[in-house]
Design a protein around this ligand. Structure first.
Ligand code: 1CP
Length: 398
């Protein structure tokens, strides 16, 4: 397949740095000094000192099917083929940065890339989403898992490296992984689920086996994130726990947070200065957030910021802000189906509520979906920036 015809944004960078498929790996391994950071708003939103003219803005799932230029590439290539080709993955990552004046790019990949490299046979099917041919059924199946061959993840670091070069410091670059619990849920359920009955059975019946897998995923995810930073050039990392809300807060604290702690600690030992954002979706109980806030290493927080969903309570929010951590979010993505008036109004309400801390990043409460319109997404970005700037100006006057 002639993938090179799809490299519309990346081409200039490849020419500038004389990068070819043959020399990419070697260039990355011997490269020093990324382009100077011109826009560092995302990273600065984790500092208590650097002044910001407005909150940074980016969107979860900003690269994807609602963009015609993404659909054009996808018409030719299978999903994991797009992730595994670093040139294509970088091109797709860059697409929303050309469409919108956003402050961050998130690497185009998937939370299931890691378990795929650990022995799970995963495909992404149209309309169905992820499908796993060999799910974990009983604890004996744990033996099927193996640590990923580090070679097999190098393409992700290559894609990050290419993206960081192409961004030319115009915005920050985010790396990510799935949280152990959410990845484990896919590995057991065999794909998307409504009831999560299989993974709950594992958690409460095969508790020891579950802990074993969660711990293995935590350790491998930490290595993966460290490499995304050190080898690829990611400047911030986010951990997606999309199915955090499937179990009660007390069980999340007892069974899930210990594995997350391993992930955070391993990561922060190697990358103490790289901001880490946690997204415990639908797990808003104050008890859970307090547990996260308690986690430290050498007196520094392990979790630097929280992605908020749309149901965060005022009480939980106050706890996070009081602990001086960054907040990110949280416009309900469905609002972007609405009229310009309602979009503007909801943005204004969000900013009034969340920009009360200087450590604030504008985002949605969950990802964009294929049915979002590009123009409405553009309105979200422009309007959020404008309103955030006005809010800052008002703050200074007062
Ligand atoms: O057909 C296609 O085009 C594939 C659709 C798709 C895309 C665009 C999948 C399969 N993954 C992705 C990319 C992706 N996935 C990104 C890219 C960067 C960006 O945000 O722009 C990211 C961060 C993810 C993360 C991801 N994958 C999550 C966590 C975030 C979330 O949305 O909750 C989850 C749960 C997945 C699993 C997954 N992979 C793909 C799909 C369709 C799904 C969700 C399925 C489900 O609801 O169970």
């Amino acid at each position: 397949m002639d993938y090179q015809k799809h490299l519309k944004i990346l081409n200039e960078t490849l020419e500038l740095y004389k990068i070819t498929p043959e020399n990419l790996r070697e260039k990355r391994k011997s490269f020093e000094g990324f382009p100077k950071q011109i826009n560092n708003r995302l990273v600065d939103a984790f500092s208590s000192f650097v002044p910001l003219d407005r909150a940074p803005v980016w969107m979860m799932r900003q690269a994807g099917r609602y963009l015609p230029e993404y659909r054009e590439i996808k018409a030719d290539m299978d999903f994991f083929a797009t992730c595994q080709n670093p040139f294509i993955a970088a091109e797709i990552t860059l697409q929303p940065t050309k469409q919108f004046d956003i402050d961050a790019a998130i690497i185009f990949s998937d939370i299931l890339v890691l378990p795929k490299m650990m022995g799970m046979e995963i495909t992404i099917e149209e309309k169905k989403g992820p499908v796993i041919a060999n799910p974990l059924i009983t604890p004996e199946d744990i033996q099927k898992l193996h640590p990923p061959n580090p070679e097999h993840l190098e393409h992700v670091y290559d894609a990050l490296f290419l993206t960081r070069l192409a961004l030319q410091g115009k915005c920050n670059l985010i790396g990510f992984c799935g949280a152990p619990w959410t990845v484990f849920a896919y590995m057991v359920e065999g794909g998307s689920s409504k009831l999560f009955s299989k993974v709950k059975k594992w958690l409460y019946l095969y508790t020891e086996g579950s802990q074993q897998v969660l711990e293995l995923l935590a350790k491998e995810s930490a290595k993966y994130l460290i490499n995304q930073v050190k080898q690829g050039g990611a400047q911030v990392v986010q951990i997606f726990d999309s199915w955090a809300g499937q179990i009660p807060a007390s069980d999340y604290i007892e069974f899930i947070i210990p594995s997350l702690r391993i992930l955070f600690e391993d990561f922060k030992k190697e990358c103490p200065d790289t901001p880490l954002i946690m997204f415990p979706k639908d797990q808003n109980d104050k008890k859970v957030i307090v547990e996260f806030l308690k986690l430290t290493l050498n007196e520094k927080p392990l979790v630097d910021g929280f992605q908020l969903d749309s149901n965060i309570s005022d009480e939980t929010l106050a706890k996070i802000i009081e602990a001086n951590r960054t907040i990110q979010g949280n416009l309900e993505p469905g609002v972007l189906y609405g009229t310009p008036d309602i979009i503007k109004k909801r943005i204004s309400q969000m900013i009034e509520k969340l920009q009360t801390t200087r450590k604030y990043i504008v985002n949605l409460a969950h990802g964009l979906t294929p049915d979002h319109e590009v123009e409405k997404v553009r309105l979200f970005v422009q309007e959020s920036q404008q309103q955030s700037k006005l809010y800052k100006a008002k703050e200074i006057l007062e």
